[in-house]
Design a protein around this ligand. Structure first.
Ligand SMILES: [Zn+2]
Length: 378
């Protein structure tokens, strides 16, 4: 890094890009670490805050470094946290910390996507069901997916209660958990409302004049948010521009099924992620950690994995390019993704993104909230 990009002090006027002069910092020598690396020190000429080139590095405050490319590749190839620990000769806790760092990088990377996508395709919304802690705490990872590109535009989380056949002992335990671990109600509706808000945001910046068709299954929770758009805080013209089309789950899951993109992603997540395999012993123990791993998976799916269709002309290099994002723009941003640290205070994240960044989702059966280092919120 030749020059620091901005002042790291969130309260300084040089923290944002607007109105910062070209010579806003002073060089203040170097410092060396025990590993032999030398880092340039700086001082902000406005707030006098001292910092170094390491402040902007992805491994700021870290004693252990890993190959993030390799970590992401292994993570999306079915390796569990402990298997990753064995592969990198590090503890599972260190690996989990690195996945948290990667997740924050990806949240920042995705932050600008809605403003650069010109939505030309229809959308599919669906919930991928798994569980955290035990099968008494199932969940839904709700996804908003491009019908043609299979690009995942958004991800939200919903806490659910265990349903289906249970023995008498299991029923008793389920009732006990209802008292000891209450969950917020109407979570699927809340999640779906957020996905609708994302769809509305995409429509607002798109040049399309035709109706947007939103495909879902026949869950009754999906009907109310669109019908009661005003009470849900959604933009007024939404029902006039979005046509909600529901497909029964009994329809064969072939390529012609309107819910094919959701079925396709669900199958891939199920086979590629250790915690979502059937009858796995690697199930998630923490909601935030589970969401972080899925965020990493979806980033890999969107921007790195090749587009699904085996096209002879190789038109689309990734699902993001198939969705209309510029390949050169993506390449340019990917160049700094695994080296330059993203700053929370320079982003304006929607609630689910902010909650994930702060590790603010609660985990059932866990008394205390997650801890995170102070610099994460700077
Ligand atoms: Zn400053």
């Amino acid at each position: 890094m030749k020059n620091p990009p901005f002042c790291p002090n969130p309260h300084c006027s040089y923290h944002t890009d607007a109105g910062r002069p070209s010579h806003w910092f002073i060089r203040k020598g170097f410092y060396a670490t025990h590993s032999g690396n030398r880092y340039q020190r700086y001082q902000c000429s406005h707030c006098q805050r001292r910092f170094s080139s390491k402040t902007f590095h992805i491994d700021y405050f870290a004693k252990v470094t890993l190959d993030y490319h390799r970590l992401l590749t292994y993570l999306v190839s079915g390796m569990s946290l402990r298997a990753l620990g064995r592969a990198f000769h590090r503890s599972p806790k260190t690996i989990a910390g690195k996945i948290s760092i990667l997740t924050r990088q990806f949240i920042a990377f995705n932050h600008d996507n809605p403003s650069v996508v010109n939505l030309a395709e229809d959308l599919v919304a669906d919930g991928f069901e798994s569980y955290v802690v035990s099968q008494y705490f199932p969940n839904n990872f709700n996804l908003l997916i491009g019908k043609d590109s299979q690009f995942v535009y958004d991800l939200t989380y919903a806490y659910l209660r265990r349903k289906g056949a249970m023995t008498d002992a299991q029923k008793k335990l389920a009732v006990r958990y209802r008292v000891t671990d209450p969950l917020p109600a109407g979570q699927i509706q809340v999640s779906f409302t957020h996905l609708l808000r994302t769809a509305a945001g995409l429509l607002r910046v798109s040049s399309r004049k035709t109706l947007l068709i939103l495909h879902t299954d026949e869950k009754k929770e999906y009907v109310a948010p669109l019908a009661g758009y005003a009470s849900a805080g959604l933009p007024d013209p939404l029902p006039l521009r979005i046509l909600h089309r529901q497909t029964p789950s009994s329809v064969p899951r072939t390529g012609t099924n309107p819910l094919f993109p959701a079925n396709y992603i669900d199958r891939d997540i199920r086979k590629d992620m250790a915690e979502h395999h059937r009858e796995t012993v690697c199930f998630a123990r923490n909601v935030n950690a589970s969401l972080e791993r899925l965020t990493c998976y979806l980033f890999h799916h969107n921007f790195i994995k090749a587009f699904r269709i085996n096209r002879a002309d190789r038109t689309f290099s990734s699902h993001a390019v198939a969705a209309g994002l510029d390949a050169r723009f993506i390449r340019k941003r990917l160049a700094f993704l695994f080296t330059r640290r993203a700053f929370f205070t320079r982003l304006s994240l929607p609630l689910p993104g902010e909650l994930l960044w702060r590790r603010g989702y609660f985990t059932p059966r866990k008394a205390f909230c997650d801890c995170l280092p102070a610099y994460v919120l700077a």
